[in-house]
Design a protein around this ligand. Structure first.
Ligand code: SDX
Length: 393
């Protein structure tokens, strides 16, 4: 049945996890958000429409969408004291470390009067997180380049507002290009949710103890940072730059097969998709259009990525293991073309995945059968033995 998943006992408690949010068929490369195919949402919906869908289970009508857009825009501003917190970070702190710290600290700013046991309070926290992540992300970027933080603007759409906070300065305004706004809208939709991935499971496990949502999301952001998960998009660009040219690709393909060498072809493989990741297929098509419109048609990194994909998908090691490009393989190339620096790529993933994290948290907290998660283990340590005095050790 769609949506009924049983965790393997080695990871979570033996109870299965029921979720009605996202359905994946790894063999067929199918991804549905509340029953809607990702291919349709990615090209037809706005990101906030998809946010509403993931949160509430239905696409909004015109009135509901306008109201939701207003509601989110009103929560985009940060408590002014957070600027002092941000100023405390070293200038070259990785933006993901700032995101973990600041999101976790929102517990102190916005959770004192809220209860995780009241649906309306949970909803307020969810809206605040969705609205404030872009503001915190852009602030982390501005901090890293020594520029003043830009305030959000309520007259701009979600993606345009983020781009404005990233690239405008008090001395010079910035009008986001429509092609950039549309590319971001699509990338955010594709990264919005993905059922029980590592970071979402982290949020659910943390939330199952009754911890507040801001602390739970800080844990989810920490899990996403790893190069095996959301950190892969940054690692893909590093890898492409290291490979440098198509001539070097065969050597790196051979390195990826070397059992003793930890090198992995970043952006390839997936725990669930044993066919092409449907998101990668969509991003690959859009990548070309975006680069053309941004006058980067001959982007050498994109050419190298396509050549690498072509060679890998004809190599028996990858074919046997069904290692196809995943969502992270092409996304970084678009982010870079939009002027977003590599150390912000995983932050972009976190902005989008916030709606997935809070939707799963809301779903879990509304479930009257929700109990604290308690993963079990297979014990492989020494059998019982007696203490020895130090003189006999
Ligand atoms: C995301 O879970 C989600 O839904 C995650 C995500 C989401 O939206 O939340 O989709 C986002 O995290 C996508 C994945 C991004 N990570 C990367 O691109 C990093 C590179 N890929 C891998 O490290 C790896 O493929 C994983 C972590 C994604 C999956 O790891 P697994 O589960 O160990 O992979 P597997 O079991 O399918 O591996 C099968 C074989 C193994 O070799 P053998 O032991 O059989 O000899 O393939 C090998 C692996 O060593 N392998 C790779 C490889 N990925 C797997 N070999 C070379 N390069 C790779 N990228």
């Amino acid at each position: 049945e769609a949506g009924i998943f049983t965790f393997d006992p080695g990871f979570m408690s033996t109870a299965s996890c029921h979720s009605a949010i996202t359905f994946i068929d790894g063999e067929k490369g199918v991804l549905l958000y509340r029953g809607y195919p990702i291919e349709q949402l990615a090209t037809k919906a706005s990101f906030l429409e998809v946010v509403y869908l993931l949160l509430y289970g239905e696409l909004p009508n015109e009135k509901a969408l306008v109201g939701f857009e207003k509601l989110v825009s009103r929560h985009t501003m940060l408590n002014e004291n957070l600027k002092n917190f941000l100023d405390g970070f070293h200038y070259d702190a990785h933006p993901m470390s700032i995101l973990i710290g600041v999101v976790g600290s929102l517990s102190a700013f916005y959770h004192d009067s809220l209860s995780v046991n009241e649906y309306h309070d949970r909803e307020i926290s969810a809206h605040r997180l969705i609205a404030k992540l872009p503001t915190i992300a852009a602030a982390a970027y501005k901090h890293s380049i020594g520029e003043p933080i830009m305030y959000p603007r309520n007259d701009l759409r979600f993606c345009a507002n983020f781009l404005h906070m990233m690239f405008a300065t008090p001395c010079e305004d910035y009008k986001p290009r429509l092609v950039a706004e549309k590319a971001l809208n699509l990338l955010f939709i594709l990264h919005a949710d993905h059922e029980q991935n590592a970071s979402t499971s982290t949020v659910r496990l943390a939330g199952s103890s009754g911890a507040n949502p801001f602390a739970c999301l800080a844990a989810g952001i920490a899990s996403l940072w790893g190069p095996a998960h959301g950190g892969a998009n940054e690692a893909v660009l590093d890898m492409l730059l290291e490979i440098g040219s198509v001539d070097n690709v065969p050597r790196y393909i051979e390195k990826a097969k070397d059992k003793d060498d930890p090198f992995r072809l970043m952006g390839f493989g997936h725990r669930v998709y044993k066919n092409y990741d449907p998101r990668a297929k969509i991003i690959r098509e859009v990548c070309h259009q975006v680069l053309e419109e941004l006058a980067e048609a001959n982007n050498p990194l994109f050419d190298l990525a396509m050549k690498l994909e072509d060679i890998a998908l004809n190599d028996e090691y990858f074919v046997e293991r069904k290692l196809y490009p995943n969502v992270d393989f092409y996304s970084g190339i678009i982010y870079q073309a939009l002027g977003i620096p590599r150390n912000m790529f995983t932050v972009m993933f976190a902005i989008a995945r916030t709606v997935g994290w809070v939707s799963h948290w809301m779903e879990m907290m509304s479930d009257s059968n929700n109990r604290i998660g308690r993963p079990r283990q297979i014990y492989c340590g020494p059998s019982q033995r007696d203490y020895l005095p130090i003189s006999r050790r």
